[in-house]
Every structure is written in C-alpha cells, then in structure tokens.
Design a protein around this ligand. Sequence first.
Ligand SMILES: Nc1ncnc2c1ncn2[C@@H]1O[C@H](COP(=O)(O)OP(=O)(O)OP(=O)(O)O)[C@@H](O)[C@H]1O
Ligand SMILES: [Mg+2]
Length: 357
Amino acid sequence: MAKKEPILDAKFAQSLVDIIAAELNKNVNIVDEDGIIIASFSPERIGKLHEAAALHLTGSLAEEFSVSEADEKKWPGVRSGFNVAIRYRNRRAGFIGVTGQPETAAPYARLAARFVAAALEANERQQLLLKTLREKKELQSSLLNQIIRVQEEERRKISRELHDETSQSLTSIIMGLRLLAEQMPEEAWREKVLAMREVAAGTLDAVHRLAVELRPLLLDDLGLAPALQRYAETYAKQYGINVQLDVSEVAGCRFLPEIETALYRIVQEALTNIAKHAEASQVWICIGKKQRRLYCRVQDDGKGFERTILNKAVDGRPCLGIHGMQERVELLQGEFEIISQPGGGTTVWVEVPARKR
Ligand SMILES: Nc1ncnc2c1ncn2[C@@H]1O[C@H](COP(=O)(O)OP(=O)(O)OP(=O)(O)O)[C@@H](O)[C@H]1O
Ligand SMILES: [Mg+2]
C-alpha cells in the first residue's frame, strides 16, 4: 500500500513548536497521526513514539487527554502534561502537548492546537495559491511558445516569398531595363530607363534587407554560426561599429530550431540595443559550448546603464527588448543575465541546454 502523505510536515511542525514554546515559555511537542513525536522543544525526543498519544490515536476518539505523574512512570520519556488534538479537515492530524501540571497546561495546549490548525489552513491556502500560480505560468509559457512559433513561421514564409518571388521579379525587371536602355536610340531616353533601373536595383536591395531582417534563410539552411556571421557583417557596415564575432566552437553544429532562433533573436536584439542606446565603438560576440550547455555573450564598450531602468517604462512604454530576451531564455530552461553599469559597457549573457537536431 502506498504510504499516505503526512499532514504535518516535520520542519513546519518544528517551526510552530519553536514559536509556541517561545511565546508560552513551556515545553511543547507535536506528534503525528501515528503517535510519533515529529517536533519537540527537546530535540532528543524527536522520532520517538509517544505511547499515550499513540494509544488515543488508535483506541479512542478523544480530542484531549492528560498525562499524569503515574503515566510518566509507566512510559519513560512521556512527560506529564495536557494534549489536544490538531484538527485538520475533520480529522485528527496528531496531538500537540504542553508539559506541566495538566490543569495549568490545558489552556495553553488548547490555544496551541488552535494556532497549529490555523497555521495548517493558512499553509494549505498558500500551497493552493502557489499551485494556481504555477499552472498559470505554465499556460503563459505554452502560449508564448505558440506565439513565437507562429510568428517565426509567418516571418519565414514572408521572407521566402520576398526572396523567391519578389526578388526574382525585380531581377528580371532590372535585366530587362538594361536591355531596353541599350536599344534606346536617344541618349535622353536611355538615361531615363537607366535611372528607372537604379530605382529598381535600390528596391531589390531594400527587399533583400527586409527578407534577411524578417528571417535570414541562412539560419534555416545553414544554422546559427553562418547566419550570425552574415548579420554581424551587415550590422558593422550599417552602423560603423566594430564587431568581433567568435563562433568557432559551434561552427558546423546544428541545434534545435527553437534554440537557434532564440539565440539569433537575442543577439539581434542585443545588437539593436547597442546601436540605439550604447554609443559603443566595439562589440564582442561569442557563442560557445561548455559540456552540454550552449552559451552566448554579447559585450559592448558603450556607456552602459543603471539596472533599475529595467523596472521602469521608457517614454511611457515598458522596455520589452530585454524582458523578451529573458522570456525566450526561460522557455528553453536557460539562464539569462545582463551586466551593466553607467560608463562600464554592457554584457548580455545567456546559457541554454545545447540540444542538437
Ligand atoms: N547595450 C546597451 N547600452 C546602453 N544602454 C542599454 C543597452 N541595452 C539596453 N539599454 C538600456 O536599457 C533599456 C531597456 O532596453 P530594452 O531593449 O528592454 O528596451 P528598448 O530598447 O528601450 O525598447 P524595445 O522594447 O524596442 O527593445 C534601454 O532603453 C536602454 O536605456
Ligand atoms: Mg531594445
């Protein structure tokens, strides 16, 4: 038969005994449903059978009993005093005893029993609350997971469409315009067509950038290291910030898609933050493996910031970037840290389980 879950946890009972003993200035002990002393003012008695309580728990429905001096002689170790049942969900969860003359100990024992029962109820309410909170958090995580998956899928689709359809059509237009320009008899017309070609070429560039920003095909096709290499190169050119990227430890490795996506998006957000806020001239990015963990560090030599800013709204809206990074890492059961101080640069540190494809 499976062992039933004890109602009174020994540690919890001991903390109650300590409080009650200190308040009442009396010797107090608590026995469980089987009559075993699980908490006591005298530690040497813990774990011993309280014969008198055990007798009542098996042989009577008594709510209270006293131990006399005669009983003390019968059961060495059991002290004289007054014992009151701890009521919990209409059953006796055990007894709480206060030692001393039974008549003087009785009111204290009754008070202590009420206190323990109230503490048990409060504890139960708290456990229930924690359980509800845990369930809510799980639901929230699974919803967030779903949102991220759908969003990435949508981005992947649009990015492919831009790459395969829109870019191809624009390329045909650009080539056609060049041929057309060559056949134009008049210089002025030729220049007009070439100017249109320039506009189309600019649009092609913009479409390409947009497709990469949405979701780089490299990430799905070749993995994290090549996708980050490409992103870092474009970023360095665009913002004039020196980027040193070290992905040597993960070159050629493929991880679960959600891990690759999360780390890519985290680096992307960290780099965007550096461009927007840091006034940095140098960035170091490192992705590495340590046993079965994958870590990622993005560090800059910029102006840094006060950590308390993260709890506040900036310009009336909450900062979502850093909280978003943290959420993504939590979904992967990883660890996230951001280290920064004014004037001291910023480091984003992430560690996640390195689950391979
Ligand atoms: N690398 C950095 N250097 C300096 N300050 C930074 C850096 N990264 C973040 N910060 C500061 O932390 C704040 C919060 O960043 P977070 O990415 O959460 O929000 P945000 O960039 O302001 O807005 P968004 O929600 O669009 O990302 C920023 O407003 C900025 O003040
Ligand atoms: Mg941001």
